[in-house]
Design a protein around this ligand. Structure first.
Ligand code: BG6
Length: 497
């Protein structure tokens, strides 16, 4: 059974409270934490947005958001009533000095409890909103602001946001969310590496041949055409989620789990990431857009067919594959291959550590197929597979096979998997910054991404494409084939020589 330690009473204001993130993630996350007795009654959950809506309408909105989000199809009426008593709604334009601030203030509790302002809005609103929070006396010692990704769309805009928000709030009050850090298996990566003695001696250029990080999605645009077409896979997924996974995989052991210790190690990795030149951008990256294809037995539209008329010539990438290096002592010469895309054949995120071949084989040279590899499956079917060589039973020759030591979370732990936002919201209330991004971390990630954006902007060759429902464009496989490697998907992994 999971053990949940209740947090103290708190107030949270969700700006963008009637938006998509609030509906899909934040309100259900708070509901689940309440159901597990982690949120004490008397806490306040205030939706804030520009739409005129009264409290009952907001409660109905929240009910619809929570319905079907957990094990019970419909929330238990008694529990829901108690949860709903914590909900409030304030119609406010939080970027304007003349808005409903008095109402908002009246609804906040003034007993020194943690007060969280969650900015689930477009990033361009972060600075004006923080300025209003400051001007209205809402920056108290227990105030925290939560910023959703993306923080900017390049280094310069990220710095503007960080500077503007930093002019009002201290760094320790700012929680920059990357929800991948709230995923159970992502945190497990830390435990796997630093709570087991087995891996550390092997975790370097001495024994690791290369690393692959894949975040494949089967979803397409999901009504986010405006945002996504301005962003693309590099900004939407690589700058944050994939780089966080890379940092946790590659960083040195931190001195402790303290936020600063962990973040310092991640920043060192980001600083050591090799910058792109136009030549390496051309040889070491692949970007592409999906065309019409078949996914789950259904024909799905191509990317531009989902866009409005004026955007039909969009060159936004929905897939990107990157080869990069970390120029430090531990990882010199070890390629890190990153790959992410929309409308791929299935939803699958995993990290593969592929070890080197044994230096000298006493067995038949063909024996046993591929070298050892460690596969950390982030989603779905969370778990870890360590592929080992074993002798196939039977007389007559010595046949070696590569088989997985399979650690499956679902088989080992019988519990509902909390959504990443559940963990992260409770961490904000507790004041635990370890799983949030520091200012410098976000900026260093952009510094590296900017070198690629700059190189791409000079390259007007036609964008590659891939049919929806596949593994991406052919050139993604070609990029690895040039290095005599291939993407090591779990299925069929034992067949590789
Ligand atoms: C978000 C991206 O940050 O992460 C989306 O903006 C993407 O485009 C999503 O679909 C993926 O998250 P998850 O948790 O479903 O892997």
């Amino acid at each position: 059974m999971a053990e949940f330690i209740p947090v103290d009473l708190f107030d949270i204001v969700i700006f963008g409270g009637t938006g998509d993130l609030s509906q899909r993630k934040l309100i259900p996350a708070l509901w689940h934490r309440y159901q597990d007795d982690q949120i004490p009654e008397g806490s306040r959950i205030i939706g804030a947005a520009r739409s005129e809506m009264d409290r009952d309408e907001f409660i109905a909105f929240a009910y619809d958001a929570c319905k079907g989000s957990g094990e019970d199809e419909v929330p238990d009426p008694t529990a829901w009533k108690a949860f709903a008593s914590m909900l409030e709604y304030i119609a406010i334009d939080a970027t304007s000095a003349d808005s409903n601030w008095d109402d908002l203030k009246k609804n906040l509790t003034d007993d020194g409890r943690p007060r969280v302002f969650y900015l689930a809005t477009a990033p361009r609103l972060y600075v004006p909103m923080c300025e209003q929070l400051g001007a209205n006396g809402l920056n108290t010692p227990t105030t925290r602001v939560v910023l959703e990704k993306p923080i900017g769309r390049n280094l310069e805009t990220a710095q503007d946001i960080n500077r503007g928000v930093g002019a009002i709030f201290e760094e320790h009050q700012i929680y920059r969310i990357d929800h991948y850090l709230g995923k159970e298996t992502v945190q497990n990566l830390l435990v796997l590496r630093f709570a087991n003695v087995l891996f550390e001696p092997l975790w370097s250029r001495n024994t690791v041949d290369h690393v692959q990080i894949t975040v494949a999605e089967s979803v397409g645009l999901e009504d986010r055409a405006d945002y996504y077409d301005n962003s693309g896979a590099l900004r939407d997924m690589v700058q944050n989620h994939l780089l966080q996974l890379l940092c946790l995989t590659a960083m040195e052991p931190p001195n402790s789990l303290d936020a600063d210790d962990v973040r310092t190690e991640k920043i060192k990795v980001l600083k050591a990431l090799r910058r792109f030149t136009p030549a390496t951008a051309a040889s070491d990256t692949v970007r592409a857009q999906y065309n019409e294809g078949v996914l789950g037995g259904k024909v799905v539209k191509g990317y531009v067919d989902e866009l409005p008329e004026e955007k039909k010539s969009s060159r936004t990438e929905t897939f990107v594959a990157i080869k990069t290096y970390i120029d430090n002592w531990r990882w010199q010469g070890v390629p890190f291959y990153l790959r992410t895309g929309k409308r791929m054949k299935d939803r699958r995120s995993e990290i593969v550590i592929r070890f080197k071949r044994i230096p000298h084989s006493i067995f038949d040279s063909n024996a046993g197929g591929s070298p050892n590899k460690l596969v950390v499956r982030l989603q779905p079917n969370e778990g870890v597979n360590l592929y080992m060589k074993v002798k196939e039973p039977g007389p007559g020759g010595l046949r070696i096979k590569s088989l997985p030591l399979n650690l499956s979370w679902a088989e080992s732990f019988v519990l509902r998997y909390p959504d990443a936002y559940e963990r992260l919201l409770m961490d904000v209330v507790r004041g635990n910054l370890a799983l949030f991004m520091q200012r410098e971390e976000v900026e260093k990630a952009w510094e590296w991404v900017d070198t690629l954006l700059a190189a791409w902007s000079e390259d007007d060759s036609p964008l590659e494409s891939y049919p929806a429902g596949t593994d991406g464009p052919t050139n993604s496989a070609v990029m690895l084939a040039k290095d005599k490697r291939r993407w090591l998907d779990e299925a069929g992994s034992t067949s590789m020589k």
